[in-house]
Design a protein around this ligand. Structure first.
Ligand SMILES: *[C@@H]1O[C@H](CO)[C@@H](O)[C@H](O)[C@H]1NC(C)=O
Ligand SMILES: *[C@@H]1O[C@H](CO)[C@@H](O)[C@H](O)[C@H]1NC(C)=O
Length: 323
């Protein structure tokens, strides 16, 4: 590593530790910045683990190509990591079949930061959080909620699953692994307090929230009203820049100038074709019901996001600017 870059990373690490004095109990970690200008390039994929089926492998290949071109720093997974019912244990062969053996391109041999989706909660959650998986594949890092600090950006990863009433009141034929979540009201209020505190203390130029469920979405699942009621006010009050999610199996951008942009990247494997609900066309900048993924490029003055289809074609791009 060049000396300049090294000094830069040391300074950033110091900044991270300093902010760590916050009372928020969310686990914080740092991803060192390696580009001399401090910028970050990231890929975002969601709703993917199907042992390569439903074009998961094709999307993975394109992610590899784009990842190489952009020299990405890391990958974000927005949940529903393993279909249909998460992992059975930390020895479940789906881990290799859906992750290690699929995202094989050298450019994807980077850290992956993951949240859990509702399908992951239908399996063994502690297995996905287990260090054993990281021993099998060093790229794997999954937590319920955590803060990732990387230079001028702070990513707040939020476990959105416990917010959703119907998983508790009308779980249908599914069972959810709520161990370490109950009592639910305490879990949610602690999480919201910690997030609010973390956001208030943050000095990052860019504040980005990552969750599984959609807040604004024209997709089949529709808006998650519990998040609109409980999470969105905190995001608005603290002027976050982006909310990124999966859950709806589509690629989507909803937003108005000067407000939070809502980005869905849930096209990692099985797409839902033809499912779209009405949404104000002035806000709906992209709705694509096929497979694909998203990239994010963040510099001091700009956050740019680009959506790609299964063939690597650019479907849409947009950006936010700061002085
Ligand atoms: C996979 O992608 C191709 C386009 O490259 C598309 O024609 C095909 O329908 C997709 N398959 C599935 C199962 O979605
Ligand atoms: C969940 O996975 C962990 C880690 O593999 C294992 O120790 C535990 O027994 C599993 N729980 C159940 C209910 O299968």
């Amino acid at each position: 590593m060049k000396k300049g870059v090294f000094m830069f990373s040391v300074r950033l690490m110091f900044l991270c530790i300093f902010i760590n004095g916050s009372l928020s109990k969310l686990e914080r970690l740092e991803h060192p910045v390696t580009k001399p200008d401090g910028s970050l390039n990231i890929l975002v994929v969601g709703d993917w683990g199907r042992e390569g089926e439903f074009n998961q492998s094709v999307v993975a290949h394109q992610m590899g190509m784009v990842g190489e071109q952009l020299d990405i720093d890391f990958v974000i997974s927005v949940g529903d990591n393993f279909y249909d019912d998460g992992l059975k244990g930390d020895n479940d062969p789906s881990f290799e079949a859906s992750f290690s053996h699929i995202y094989t391109h050298p450019s994807l041999k980077k850290q992956w930061y993951s949240v859990l989706g509702n399908h992951d909660y239908r399996g063994n959650v502690s297995a996905q959080l287990s260090k054993v998986l990281t021993q099998k594949d060093w790229r794997w890092f999954c937590r319920r909620s955590f803060v990732l600090c990387s230079g001028m950006v702070e990513f707040f990863f939020v476990d959105t699953n416990p917010f959703v009433d119907k998983y508790f009141t009308d779980p249908k034929d599914h069972t959810y692994d709520w161990s370490d979540v109950l009592p639910r009201n305490n879990y949610i209020s602690n999480l919201l307090d910690d997030l609010d505190l973390g956001l208030k203390r943050s000095r990052a130029t860019w504040k980005i929230i990552v969750g599984h469920h959609g807040i604004k979405t024209a997709g089949d699942h529709g808006v998650t009203q519990e998040l609109v009621d409980q999470l969105l006010p905190i995001l608005e009050e603290n002027k976050v820049d982006l909310y990124i999610n999966g859950h709806d199996h589509c690629l989507q951008h909803i937003g108005s100038d000067g407000e939070i942009q809502f980005l869905t990247s849930g096209g990692g494997s099985k797409a839902w074709r033809g499912n779209i609900q009405p949404w104000d066309p002035k806000e709906l900048k992209l709705y694509y019901d096929g497979q694909g993924f998203m990239s994010l490029h963040i510099s001091h003055s700009q956050a740019k996001f680009i959506y790609y289809d299964v063939s690597g074609n650019v479907l849409h791009q947009s950006s936010l600017s700061k002085n």
